[in-house]
Ligand binder design. Sequence first.
Ligand code: NAD
Length: 286
Amino acid sequence: MGEINRITVLGTGVLGSQIAFQSAFKGKTVIAYDLNDDILENAKAHAAELAQTYLDQVPGATRDDVDGALGRLSFTSDLAEAAGHADLVIEAIPEVLKIKEDTFTKLNQLAPASTIFATNSSTLLPSDIAPSTGRPDRFVAMHFANRVWQFNTCEIMGTPQTSKETFDAAVDAAKQIGMVPIPMHKEKAGYVLNSLLVPFLNAAAELAAGDYADPTSVDEVWRIATGAPLGPFQIYDIIGLTTPYNIMMAGDAEQQKLAAWLKSEYIDKGYLGLASGRGFYDYSTQ
Ligand code: NAD
């Protein structure tokens, strides 16, 4: 399998914008695709913000590095242009199977036969999506974590049809863009990270919603007793409360009770997490 130099990222939302900028930062030629020019204008502005974030938070990052990244990053709402020369297409569009299927079916008509397709889906299995790609041997999941420049894992998960060459190429590509690849031997909903994180965050919510202890105390115990840098409620704030809420709502009756608590005590008050200035903690004065 050839070198992966040209990467296309579908979707310029939370994760797509980060994957695109990170790939360009590490020297790849990147095209970011989204539905229309208004969205792309926002995406361009967001890329400039990410450049500043990298300057502030990535050790050793220079103005030349981030300007280089911006120079290698282009934007289009034309799927044919986005797909036409890509070595690797990473999909980061909404977590709705039908939208992903339709997009991959179109993409398959437009991308070279050699192009590898990857999904960043958090909750769908790659075998749910594989039939729509028309190239299941060249399809794999590459699951990034929010804040790719800092939390740089990339969980790589194939289906039984994914070729070894494709899997290995995804592992290599992940390394080349500065990720730590986590190869998975077989499919598992939630990969490694969410298989651990979701029960952990639920257990923390049970403690606070059941009024056993304050969120701040739960976090303190976890930090002090395990040496972890962040407690579960600090992690909730970084993720944003809406995603855990949606995951809980899809769960059993106990989880839906936790969802109702999260909604009435936090989400309905506009406490959506770090990005909104307040979640379990108040960031407005920091
Ligand atoms: P988001 O809602 O922030 O962004 C989705 C983007 O896709 C938007 O820019 C939207 O305009 C665009 N879009 C919508 N329909 C499209 C289409 N048909 N074609 C192309 N673009 C389209 O979503 P997100 O949080 O970045 O999540 C995207 C994917 O990444 C999901 O599969 C999600 O499971 C996964 N993911 C998210 C996170 C996270 O922390 N947010 C972490 C890991 C993986």
